[in-house]
Design a protein around this ligand. Structure first.
Ligand SMILES: Cc1ncc(COP(=O)(O)O)c(C=O)c1O
Length: 360
């Protein structure tokens, strides 16, 4: 079996560090907003090149709290992309705002040429999603946002370690991360974080995650219970030390796939950007047949995502998004995780090429 991802392999490489971090939290007896959360927030902010990091309960909450911090709510519109994970759009709906979708470009991120025509008097923000770990065209998005006085919330849930012009993503106002276990930096449960350089926003976000309180038992506005917990923070502190080497391993695997595959559309890394390869996604017309063939051969794959946002029942949004719709039929995520062995990458590529060459 070659799985699409395997968290057990990673745990085996860091077991001692993780076990002692978890046990020390249990021994300390502080489980919420303790020293590990404070230390992780400092360490992740430093890693990412931001002034502040606020640990929250999930990537979805990171987006919801960010929208709330920017006072975005009913009557407001927020532009995002049609082929994201559903939580990007659910977060917009959670605060009562209206999601406005734009199609993606041929390499899966929001097509910046389509953004301006979506802007109305009600538009308050853009949420670019660095899908699969590939940074969006932030220069263009920032220039559109500046021109129309819009806020930017970067959805970095899949892009820990990705860079644009030498900067880690999450540098355009607010960046939202998920620590869902399979992410490039994953907890052993749910978790998320918001990064920003803005002192006022950081303070508001800290209150929003804690019932709108600055001081305990005195809520100043409607808030949430959305805190990264101590055990997850202790785990993330251990894992953060390995993140750069894991990104390097992901990039090495991607390079190898790129060299070994032909006849399928491989991921693109645009000049000046560093793809963090959360997922390695190819495009091929005979996707379903290839997926079934690989499954028979013991190779796990995934589809991220099989149904574009506007076609999901929960959203049923108007409009046609031809590239998002086409991609949903053609994309396939091949096995990708730092511990994937070179011979396994070669085996996956060999089987894909055999399928293609023999038109199975
Ligand atoms: C692009 C994107 N945005 C948001 C999220 C939400 O993160 P979480 O699952 O931590 O709530 C995810 C994770 O699934 C994601 O992939």
């Amino acid at each position: 079996m070659i799985p699409v991802f395997d968290l057990k392999r990673q745990y085996a490489t860091i077991k001692n560090e993780i076990d002692s971090a978890v046990f020390s939290v249990l021994e300390n007896g502080v489980f919420v907003l303790g020293e590990n959360v404070a230390a992780f927030e400092k360490e992740f902010a430093a890693y990412n090149g931001n002034k502040h990091c606020i640990g929250v309960a999930s990537g979805t909450d990171a987006l919801i709290l960010s929208l709330r911090a920017l006072d975005i709510g009913p009557g407001d519109e927020v532009i995002t992309v049609a082929n994201t994970a559903s939580p990007t759009v659910m977060a917009i709906m959670s605060v009562g705002a209206t999601p406005i979708l734009a199609d993606c470009d041929s390499h899966y991120n929001i097509d910046t040429a389509l953004i301006e025509q979506k802007i109305t008097r009600k538009t308050k923000a853009i949420i670019p999603v660095h899908l699969y770990g590939q940074p969006c065209d932030m220069k263009e998005i920032r220039s559109i946002a500046n021109k129309h006085s819009l806020k930017i919330i970067e959805d970095c849930a899949q892009a820990h370690g990705a860079e644009y012009s030498g900067k880690k993503v999450g540098f355009s106002g607010i960046g939202c991360f998920s620590f869902y276990p399979t992410k490039n930096l994953g907890a052993y449960g749910d978790g998320g974080a918001i990064v920003t350089d803005d002192d006022e926003l950081a303070e508001k976000l800290r209150m929003l995650r804690f019932y709108g309180q600055k001081k305990t038992y005195d809520s100043l506005f409607f808030g949430y219970n959305s805190r990264l917990d101590e055990i997850q923070a202790a785990i993330l502190r251990v894992k953060l030390k390995h993140l750069e080497s894991w990104i390097k391993a992901r990039r090495h695997i991607a390079k190898l796939y790129n060299e070994l595959l032909s006849g399928v559309i491989i991921p693109e890394e645009k000049t000046g950007r560093k793809h963090a390869y959360h997922l390695y996604v190819i495009r091929i017309k005979q996707r379903d047949a290839l997926m079934a063939y690989l499954k028979e051969r013991g190779i796990g794959t995934g589809i991220h995502y099989p149904v574009p946002i506007h076609m999901q029942k929960a959203f049923s949004l108007p409009g046609n998004y031809p590239k998002a719709e086409r991609n949903a039929k053609d994309i396939l995520s091949l096995p990708m995780f730092p511990e994937l062995r070179e011979e396994e990458v070669r085996k996956v590529a060999e089987d894909v090429m055999y399928f293609l060459n023999n038109k199975i």
